[in-house]
Design a protein around this ligand. Structure first.
Ligand SMILES: [Cu+2]
Length: 51
């Protein structure tokens, strides 16, 4: 991950159970915080823990 402070973007999912994969291979262990752009005004946040 060359720019861990940049946007982590993905496809816009609109149907239940849709998914996409993101690799954190090689990323330092820690908690990576982010938000859901369509719902940021509603406070939707994420935290991904890399162990
Ligand atoms: Cu959302």
């Amino acid at each position: 991950m060359p720019n861990p402070m940049g946007d982590l973007t993905g496809p816009f999912l609109t149907q239940p159970n849709e998914k996409y994969d993101v690799s954190f291979a090689g990323a330092p262990a820690g908690v990576y915080k982010g938000y859901c752009l369509p719902h940021v005004a509603l406070g939707m946040r994420i935290a991904i823990t890399v162990q």
